[in-house]
Ligand binder design. Structure first.
Ligand code: MG
Length: 193
């Protein structure tokens, strides 16, 4: 009975966006400038086939800073969803945080439990999609991702190298495994089956 209770929720693969789905270029807003990270489609396809829900969790301080509008961001995400659909992959949910406590303009200048390293987006996803976070996976490229994943009680946290200069510094934010390609994450998921 205990096992049944523990396994009631779905598994999810949480994905940071910038640096994991698309190459990090800083404040991406144009579909024409989007370069998908090598291996992202294979990873998502395999995870989806293995029963994982696919959930994007992204800080979007570009909205807070007035670099682009919420509408423009949502349009880009619609386009990205379409690119995934074209690869036979459905993104189950996209959570974003448009706030920034210092650099936000107007209504976007405020603290938020959604802004990573806080776990708000992951916890909300768990509730809304009935996810078991302890059996879920999160792939990010920054210490703030590590912080959010650990605070949410994520089962397996991966940190993709390349964005953070000092990967070791992320250990102050919790536990994680460093990978150098998304294929390493895919192989880990396949090994669990
Ligand atoms: Mg990132």
């Amino acid at each position: 009975m205990e096992n049944l209770l523990h396994s009631s929720g779905c598994q999810a693969l949480f994905l940071d966006r910038d640096g994991i789905i698309n190459e990090e270029i800083g404040y991406l807003i144009e579909s024409e400038e989007t370069r998908f990270v090598t291996g992202i489609f294979d990873l998502c396809r395999s995870a989806q086939q293995a029963g994982y829900r696919l959930v994007v969790v992204t800080n979007q301080s570009g909205i807070a800073r007035g670099r682009y509008t919420e509408e423009a961001f949502l349009n880009l995400m619609d386009w990205m969803r379409g690119e995934f659909e074209g690869q036979g992959i459905t993104l189950d949910a996209i959570y974003y945080c448009p706030f920034h406590p210092e650099h936000g303009v107007g209504k976007y200048r405020r603290d938020s439990d959604d802004r990573k390293p806080k776990p708000g987006m992951l916890l909300r996803a768990a509730q809304e999609l009935n996810l078991d976070l302890s059996r879920s996976v999160f792939v990010g490229d920054r210490c703030t991702d590590v912080g959010a994943g650990n605070a949410a009680g994520i089962g397996k946290m991966f940190l993709l190298s390349g964005t953070e200069n000092d990967l070791a510094a992320c250990s102050a934010h919790g536990t994680y495994e460093t990978v150098h390609s998304l294929n390493e994450v895919r192989e880990w998921i396949l090994k669990q089956l």
